[in-house]
Design a binder for this molecule. Sequence first.
Ligand SMILES: Nc1ncnc2c1ncn2[C@@H]1O[C@H](COP(=O)(O)OP(=O)(O)O)[C@@H](O)[C@H]1O
Ligand SMILES: [Mg+2]
Length: 259
Amino acid sequence: MTLSLPVSGRLRAAVEARRITRRFAGQAVLDGLDLEIAPGEFVALLGSSGSGKTTLLRALAGLEPVDEGQLQVPRALAAVFQEPRLMPWKRVWRNVALGVRGEGVRERSLAALEEVGLGHRLAAWPGTLSGGEAQRVALARALVREPQLLLLDEPFAALDALTRIRMHQLIIRLWQRHTPAVLLVTHDVDEALLLADRVLVLANGRIAEQLPIRLPRARQVTTLGFQPLRARLLHLLGVETEAEPAASVSHPLSRTASR
Ligand SMILES: Nc1ncnc2c1ncn2[C@@H]1O[C@H](COP(=O)(O)OP(=O)(O)O)[C@@H](O)[C@H]1O
Ligand SMILES: [Mg+2]
């Protein structure tokens, strides 16, 4: 495996994965996968449970080796997972500052907390936060690293519907202000369509399908063109709806489907 991390500077692409393969007990979960993400691009990754979404994200984060292939990611990357993963014995701002080096770490941590609307909770203990607040702290912890690549693994899945809507608005605001490339893993077709420039479907260890999403922002499920894309993505994921898919496509979840 080659993992090359550039020392500094903007990459031509924020992610360049070439034919990466990851096996568990001889079974390829990622199987010659190619992926490129442009600087500042917002990409959503859909796929059925167990299709390897988390494995791919962990590989990009450097938390998981790959057995074959080449992977290029920026050094400045940060990840947020479904659980906020805060240290319960450290106050909120210290969780944000954890592992950050350089000048003014406290001030930078506070600024990140302000950005996610939690400036007033800087000295709180993680155990006193709501689920949505804890996830916003996790976002602040990612932001303070000024990532060129932000990896999100179902970060809103455990939140209630109203909190999730607020988190969608927050993530778009932060993305537009800081312009990292984003890879968002989600189960939720609507979430993918509301947020992403491009939606990928992972199946059989590869990117089986991808759809550019050219809907104007800010998007709603009632935005013109949303529902046909939704029907098409659900079709690609093997769920049939009453609405007509945007175009007929081969089924990506069968072994015989070509890429
Ligand atoms: N550390 C591991 N050891 C063995 N098998 C694993 C490991 N991590 C993931 N897997 C397997 O790889 C497959 C993909 O897992 P995962 O990437 O978590 O899927 P997803 O996030 O799409 O639900 C699953 O079958 C899972 O059991
Ligand atoms: Mg997962």
